[in-house]
Structures are given as C-alpha cells and as structure tokens.
Design a protein around this ligand. Structure first.
Ligand code: MTE
Length: 333
C-alpha cells in the first residue's frame, strides 16, 4: 500500500508498523550514509563510479567492491527492513551457474562483466550497441529499495541502483510497431557452466509489454547496496520489475530487443501452465503446485516466524494496476 507523508510516497510494510521500525531504520540509514560518505572521501579501496555529488544510502560491506554513487529516490523506498547483503548475494537464482541457491555465489566468478556491451535493437529508430560505461551514464543513478518476490514463495527487500529503463527506451525511439520489449541474457558456456544443462531454453529470455517497460518502476539495474552488481546478482546490468515475480527480472543482459509480437520467454516456454507471460505478483492466483498467498522473508525466517501475506502487485498497485484494467488476471497470469 502506498501512503503519502509530506511530499514523499512511501511503500508501507504490510505487517510491520512504521512506528516499530522507524527509529532503527533511521539509525541504520544514518550509519550507512556516514559509511558511504566516508568511503567516498577516502576514494574507496576500489574507487567510486559516477560520483554525482551524492552517495549511496546503503554502503557495500564488501571492501573490495567497486562503489557506485547514487541518489536515494525517496519516492521508491519500501519501508520494510532491508535484507542483509549476505542473503542478497548468497541466496540466488541464476541457472546459468547452477540450480542451487548457493551455486551463483560459488560459481559466478567465471563471469566477466567487463568489457560488456548491450545491443538495443529491433523496432527502434536508433538502434545502438551500448558499452556498459555508457549505460552507467544514461542518467543520474538512483537508489531504490524494492520488494523482491520470487515465484517460489520467498521474498527480500533490496536496495538496487539503476536508471529507469524508460531513459534508454526514450533514446532508442521505438517505432509504431514496437509492442513488447525482450531481454536476453549472455549465452557463453565458457563463462556460464550451467548452460551445459539444457534445463531452460537458453539464452535466458524475458519480456515486458511496452507500457510495463516504460513504467517508472522498471529499473535498468547496475548496482546494489552501494556497489556494482555482484556477478551472482546479474552483473553488469539487469532489469528489475518489482511488481512481478523475480524471474521476469532477467540478469546479465546483452540484448534489449523491441518487437511487435509477444516474445517467447524461458520460463513460459519451460512450463506454460505454471509461468505466464505477465507473472504479476498475485496472491489470489496460486501456482498449480503451491499457494501464492503468503511469503517467507529471507533473513528473518525462524522456525516460529509467521509468513507474511503477499500483496497484490507486490504492494505496487497504485503505480501499476491501471495497466491491467479490463484484463482477466486469472487467465493472463
Ligand atoms: N536471469 C537469468 N539470466 N537467469 C536466471 O536463472 N533467475 C530469475 C531472475 N533472473 C534468473 C534470472 C529468478 S527465478 C529470480 S527470483 C531472480 O533472477 C533472482 O534475482 P537475485 O538472485 O538477484 O535475487
């Protein structure tokens, strides 16, 4: 649920009262801001990218990581407690590196995120191959704290860094035929050992309708926790679509293609009755094999911890529901 406080719109926690978490959060924020400012003043061990007289609210606890400066976008800050860095970077889905949650953090060191190029192509007036450094400079980097809900029933709260995908789309100038955007991941077996397993239709591919891609929430993401994306989180660039199940947020992108017809996507091809094209978070439409009504928040799960109620559109309805007016979301799941 979105609530307005003075000039800020804040995504409220569903079952944590703001009064319960605010003092701790303010304390944590202040600490992180000081840490980040300190890291920048020192130049950081590995340097800082794109310093725009701002700093990341959440500083990376990894001293070796390349830091990213970003302005926190207070319009897009989920009030829930942010998931620890360790969980965000060790509990991953990235099947190109194996199917266990620990596989990506253990094996993704073989991914080479630099140099890196992303081809923007298809139904656009300005096709262009972007170098990763050009993507970092597309627009001032923003930090956004988003809920992240996996179709498997777990969730996290993640401080991403990126630019609205709409910034790139605006430059590409889609033609009148562009109705969908397809996101394609790197497909290089020398860097991605999991590609040897034909479990999915490689390369990993996902898609959005044009209005979804243009939605201000859709983030072309280059960092997390004040640093560049760790390999296991989709370095050097991925998309993040917070009102959809996590699998729509494709990692390590090499192609962004504008197309007329709804593109084939990896999970929908794998099991069309289980993973729809839209895949909006929807607690009232169960997966054929499990309920989607509740979720387990990673980092705060203990034996007696109750599950959280999953929110329609992951709590982002105010910004996205209008895109689906008149659509049967049970059929278009
Ligand atoms: N992108 C690629 N290329 N390969 C994948 O296996 N897994 C998806 C998505 N993007 C995946 C991917 C799934 S199922 C989820 S839940 C999220 O990435 C996980 O993102 P995270 O590991 O950063 O939390």
């Amino acid at each position: 649920m979105w609530t307005r406080r003075s000039s800020r719109i804040i995504l409220n926690g569903d079952d944590i009262a703001a009064s319960e978490i605010t003092p701790q959060r303010i304390f944590e924020q202040r600490r992180r801001v000081l840490q980040a400012a300190g890291a920048m003043a020192l130049g950081g061990v590995a340097g800082t990218f794109g310093a725009q007289n701002a700093f990341a609210e959440y500083a990376s606890p990894d001293p070796k990581a390349l830091k990213l400066a970003a302005k926190t976008d207070t319009k897009f800050v989920a009030l829930d407690k942010v998931t620890p860095f360790k969980d965000i970077t060790t509990y991953n889905n990235f099947y190109e590196f194996g199917t266990d949650k620990s596989d990506p953090s253990e094996h993704a060191h073989t991914l080479r995120p630099r140099p890196w190029r992303v081809s923007v192509e298809g139904e656009v007036k300005n096709p262009k191959v972007y170098d990763i450094d050009e993507i970092l400079k597309l627009a001032p980097l923003e930090e956004r704290v988003y809920r992240h809900r996996c179709v498997e029933g777990w969730s996290m709260v993640i401080p991403w860094i990126g630019v609205p995908l709409s910034e790139l789309i605006r430059r590409a100038q889609p033609t009148g035929n562009a109705r969908y955007v397809q996101f394609v991941t790197l497909n290089d077996p020398s860097q991605m050992p999991g590609l040897a397993d034909p479990i999915l239709d490689w390369p990993y591919s996902e898609g959005l309708r044009m209005d979804e891609a243009m939605n201000p929430l859709t983030l072309l993401t280059v960092g997390v926790y004040g640093q560049v994306l760790p390999n296991q989180n989709g370095a050097p660039v991925r998309v993040v679509v917070p009102w959809k199940y996590g699998f729509k947020s494709a990692k390590s992108l090499v192609k962004i293609r504008f197309v007329e017809a709804q593109p084939k996507t990896s999970w929908n091809t794998y099991a069309p009755n289980e993973y729809g094209f839209y895949s909006n978070v929807n607690p009232s439409v169960d997966h054929p094999r499990w309920s989607q009504a509740t979720e387990r928040r990673i980092g705060e799960d203990g034996f007696f911890t109750p599950k959280r109620k999953t929110l329609m559109f992951n709590g982002y309805g105010e910004l996205v529901a209008s895109m689906y007016q008149g659509m049967d979301l049970r059929r278009n799941f």
